[in-house]
Every structure is written in structure tokens, then in C-alpha cells.
Design a protein. Structure first.
Length: 329
């Protein structure tokens, strides 16, 4: 009897390991296939910058941080290549708010609900030595009476910590445009399928594939462009935005999503920890390295402010203010 039980347990373990290896291997192959051409810096300056100089571009950028979680930097950067591995790190889960003069809003990601944030943070406590997650309020809650002004959302990628607040927001909206590349619209893996399911369940969402490329303008949202990035997930997107400040000058922002989880990953060309990028979220190492270099040049040579979704201290240092309903475009 004991031998039969032992054989059955061993067989189950073999099956479980084989299934995990299958899904991991498939996910790695999927993300490695995503290598769309990146736009040249000249195209970004001439095409995007030229259009932004005359278009009705956003006039205000702010941020809603839906949750924070302190953890070691070694949880997000390869400690062997991180020159500042002893520095503190705070993971954020933001939604960025772009506003136009007529009041319409485009969100870049939507963060999580308070309940969703608590649940999302638990595994990071167990596996990464993180502190408990601290929810700050969902995007819908924080926008308050301004929520009906949201005309669209663009997602850097479809992981649930970027999509989790969509159902709550839809309760206050009749219709919501979601522009996205073909890669994000059509290609998912097991890490993005839960987020894709949330979008399918959100009654207000209307998916709108964008056309063009490698620099995709967003119809109805002048001054905002998508880049088909890949690297982190098959549908990862870099979002570029030109924002005209009160002094009429154009400020340039790149929303990097999770290409890195700390800005120093771009500054010093440091990948995520090996176990993370191999087992937790299968990534394309070659594409991620290419994207880190691209974003560094975008900052150093073209003057884009890089906004890394999960680096709370870097977002705070960028000067992008927290959302306030008292301010108007």
C-alpha cells in the first residue's frame, strides 16, 4: 500500500513538473518571438515631436498610486550587477493621468483595487521578503467625480496589477476606449491571460487596435504614441506622451511599464533577478537588453523622462505630481 501511494505521489510530481516545464517553455518561446522594429530616435523627434508641436496635446500629467510595498532591491534587480544593491526600494502600482484642455482623460494603466492589492502583495511577502502591501485607494475612488471624464485607457501590459481596477472603474462609465497594438490584442500567455479576462468581463471596454508603426499614434488622443515593445510580455507596450506645460513648452515622457521594475535597471543596464525572469515571468533576455538600451538613449539623447511603473521613489523624484481634483487642465 505504501509503495503504491509513493508511486502515485511520485507520478503526480513528475506530471506537475512536466506541466510547469511545458507552460514555462511555451511562454519563453512566445515572448522571444516578439521583436517588432523599434522606431528610430529621429522618427520620434521628427514624426511624433513634429505632430505634438501643433496638435491638441495633453496639458497635464499626474499620477495615482494605488498601492505601495517595500521590499529588498534584490527582488527586482540582479544583485550581482546592481551597483547600489544596498539602497532601499519601494514598489508602486500607479495609474498615470493624462488630461487635455477640454477635460478628457487618458489613463496609462489603472492599478488595483484595495482588496486586489492586498491579495497581490501576499506572495511577494512569502517569496521576496517584502513588507505587507499598503493600499492607497483605487483609481476610480481617487478620481472621484472626475471619473466620468476618462475617455480611454492604454495598458503598458496586461498583468493584473496594471489592469485590476478596470471593473470598478467600469461601474461609473458607459464606454471606455482601450487602444492597443495587435500584439497586446491577440497574443497572451499564462501571465497575461487573467488580465485579458478582466478586460473581457469589463462591460464598458471597447478594444481598438491601432495601425501604423513602429510608432503608433493614438486616434483621439493627440500627443500620445505606442511602441510595440515585447520583452516582458508578448503584448508589452511603451507609451510616449508629449505634454504642454503652462509655459507652453513640450515635456516628453516615456511610460516603460515593467521593462524594468527599478529605474536603475535602465541607468546601469541591470536585468531582473534570474529566477524572476526565468520562472516567475518568462522574459526575452535579448529583447529586454535591447529595450533597456533604447530607453536609456531616449532619455540621454532625446530628453524623455522615464516613468517606471514600479519605482515609487523614481516617480516621486520625476516631479510628476499626485492627482488632485482641485487642479484643472
Amino acid at each position: 500500500m505504501l509503495r503504491r501511494i509513493a508511486r502515485a505521489v511520485a507520478l503526480l510530481l513528475v506530471v506537475a513538473v512536466a506541466a510547469a516545464a511545458f507552460f514555462l517553455g511555451r511562454a519563453h518561446l512566445q515572448v522571444r518571438r516578439e521583436a517588432a522594429p523599434l522606431p528610430t530616435l529621429a522618427a520620434i523627434v521628427v514624426e511624433a515631436g513634429g505632430k505634438a508641436a501643433t496638435d491638441d496635446v495633453p496639458v497635464r500629467l499626474s499620477v495615482i498610486n494605488t498601492a505601495s510595498q517595500a521590499m529588498p532591491r534584490s527582488a527586482v534587480l540582479d544583485a550581482g550587477r546592481d551597483p547600489h544593491h544596498d539602497q532601499p526600494y519601494m514598489m508602486s502600482h500607479p495609474s498615470f493621468v493624462l488630461e487635455w484642455q477640454d477635460g478628457r482623460i487618458l489613463l496609462v494603466d489603472v492599478g488595483m483595487t484595495q482588496e486586489g492589492a492586498r491579495a497581490f502583495g501576499k506572495p511577494l511577502e512569502w517569496l521576496g521578503g517584502a513588507d505587507p502591501m499598503v493600499p492607497h485607494g483605487s483609481t476610480s475612488e481617487t478620481l472621484g467625480t472626475a471619473a466620468p471624464r476618462v475617455a480611454g485607457i492604454v495598458f503598458t501590459h496586461l498583468h493584473t496589477d496594471h489592469v485590476g481596477g478596470i471593473l470598478e472603474l467600469c461601474q461609473r462609465l458607459g464606454s471606455l476606449r482601450v487602444p492597443l497594438t495587435d500584439a497586446q490584442a491577440e497574443r497572451t500567455n499564462y501571465t497575461t491571460q487573467p488580465g485579458r479576462t478582466l478586460l473581457a468581463e469589463a462591460s464598458c471596454v471597447h478594444l481598438e487596435p491601432v495601425r501604423g508603426g513602429p510608432l503608433f499614434p493614438l486616434p483621439g488622443f493627440p500627443g500620445v504614441f505606442l511602441i510595440d515593445a515585447g520583452g516582458h510580455t508578448p503584448g508589452s507596450q511603451i507609451v510616449l506622451a508629449f505634454v504642454r506645460g503652462p509655459d507652453r513648452t513640450l515635456r516628453r515622457y516615456a511610460f516603460t511599464g515593467d521593462i524594468v521594475n527599478a529605474l536603475d535597471g535602465i541607468t546601469y543596464d541591470v536585468p531582473k533577478p534570474l529566477l524572476y525572469r526565468t520562472l516567475m515571468v518568462p522574459e526575452s533576455e535579448s529583447r529586454q537588453a535591447e529595450l533597456r538600451g533604447f530607453l536609456k538613449r531616449l532619455h540621454d539623447e532625446v530628453g524623455f523622462e522615464l516613468l517606471v511603473s514600479h519605482d515609487q521613489r523614481a516617480i516621486e523624484a520625476s516631479g510628476v505630481p499626485a492627482w488632485s481634483a482641485r487642479q484643472t487642465p
